[in-house]
Ligand binder design. Structure first.
Ligand SMILES: Nc1ncnc2c1ncn2[C@@H]1O[C@H](COP(=O)(O)OP(=O)(O)OP(=O)(O)O)[C@@H](O)[C@H]1O
Ligand SMILES: [Mg+2]
Length: 366
């Protein structure tokens, strides 16, 4: 017995199983009680009606049988109605309790997992940046031979890749708290311009033409600049990663400014996404077959689009993906247009928290 009590205290799954069993048993007991009481009440009330009528007959009164029928029907319907209502309320309450108990360990382990990922990523950042700096310092030595130089460059490249994955993990962790995003009018056109400029070099080295297609007019959405930059960065990076290199392909980022919405589309002419993968690409850690089979995007975490999805949702935006295998992919994001004349800053949390969040993301990006 002591063994089970100990296990109940220590094992959340064991505890939640027994809690659910307890709640369900209590529910069954209450149903039995309610039904028993309803039957008892029905019998008592029927007996009372019969007694009253017997007394009336004994007193020499003539009774109409239809009145008896009406009385009995009304009694039955009332008892049935009230019993059903009580049972429905009980089922809702106990259903909620069972669900809460059953999901409790999952909720706890998800919270633990998020904290763990966040802490681990934070811890890894410092040693990685130290190794990167040391490698860069070592590279300054003019007397290095070619082999050592290329090994150090390779190390730096790998470190950058690991850092990108860690940044994604960190953003994912913090974006699970969307209440902390600070909103203000952001010129999506300018953001797209910056993201395209930042990826020009990468596109050039891949032999892919990267261009911005926009009128140049400001296109404001109410959002968080850092987060929106990250959205476009993740999608542009995907477009470049999943487009065959040195094959005359191109990637275009297009901004469309309509009456009450602004959309940003990233159009590539790459490997495309298989129909069956389309349903899953927004799930954390999911990597499509096409990219895995072809070894494209090795070292990626499968978090990019999950982050995009979270950020776009937090901005009340929508995402549409159109893709054809070996022909290319278009990812279109649409956001409500910001009213820049008269906007109220939507700060979900306190200024302090917000500041912390901004700094957090900025340091991670650095
Ligand atoms: N433009 C694209 N063309 C083809 N496939 C794509 C494209 N964008 C995404 N995918 C597919 O969707 C999957 C999920 O993309 P996501 O950006 O979430 O993860 P990732 O690129 O694998 O890793 P990460 O972005 O976290 O480094 C990719 O693995 C790839 O298979
Ligand atoms: Mg990606």
């Amino acid at each position: 017995m002591h063994k089970y009590v100990k296990r109940y205290r220590e094992d959340p799954f064991f505890r939640s199983t027994w809690n659910v069993i307890f709640v369900q048993t209590l529910f069954a007991l209450l149903i039995t009680l309610v039904c028993g009481f309803a039957i008892y009440h029905q019998q008592q009330a029927t007996q009372h009606i019969i007694d009253v009528r017997r007394a009336a007959v004994a007193a020499g009164q003539t009774l109409n049988p239809q009145t008896l029928d009406a009385q009995l029907y009304s009694l039955r319907n009332n008892t049935l109605g009230i019993t059903l209502l009580v049972l429905i309320v009980l089922a809702a309450i106990f259903g909620y309790l069972s669900g809460a108990y059953a999901l409790n360990p999952t909720r706890q382990s998800l919270g633990f997992q998020k904290r763990f990922i966040g802490n681990l990523a934070h811890e890894l950042r410092t040693p990685l940046s130290i190794i990167r700096t040391s490698s860069e310092v070592a590279l300054m030595d003019k007397s290095l031979n070619d082999y050592t130089r290329s090994t150090l460059n390779g190390t730096i490249e790998e470190l950058d890749r690991v850092s990108a994955i860690i940044n994604n993990l960190l953003s994912f962790d913090s974006l699970m708290r969307p209440g902390q995003i600070r909103f203000e009018p952001v010129n999506l056109h300018e953001t797209a311009h910056e993201v395209v400029a930042r990826h020009k070099e990468m596109a050039q080295s891949y032999g892919i033409a990267l261009a911005l297609d926009a009128t140049g007019e400001p296109a404001y959405v109410l959002g968080n600049k850092v987060a929106l930059e990250q959205v476009l960065t993740n999608i542009v990076k995907n477009a470049l990663n999943y487009t065959p290199q040195h094959d005359g392909r191109n990637v275009v980022v297009r901004i469309d400014d309509a009456d009450n919405q602004v959309s940003a589309s990233v159009i590539d002419t790459g490997i495309g996404i298989a129909q069956k993968d389309l349903y899953y690409v927004f799930q954390p850690y999911y990597r499509g077959d096409t990219s895995r089979e072809r070894g494209i995007g090795s070292g990626t975490s499968g978090l990019g689009l999950a982050i995009v999805n979270d950020i776009v949702r937090a901005h009340s935006g929508s995402i549409v993906i159109r893709s054809a295998l070996n022909r290319g992919t278009t990812i279109e994001l649409t956001f409500p247009k910001a009213d820049t004349r008269n906007y109220v800053k939507a700060i979900a949390k306190s200024e302090d928290d917000d500041q912390e969040y901004q700094e957090d993301i900025l340091t991670r990006r650095a």
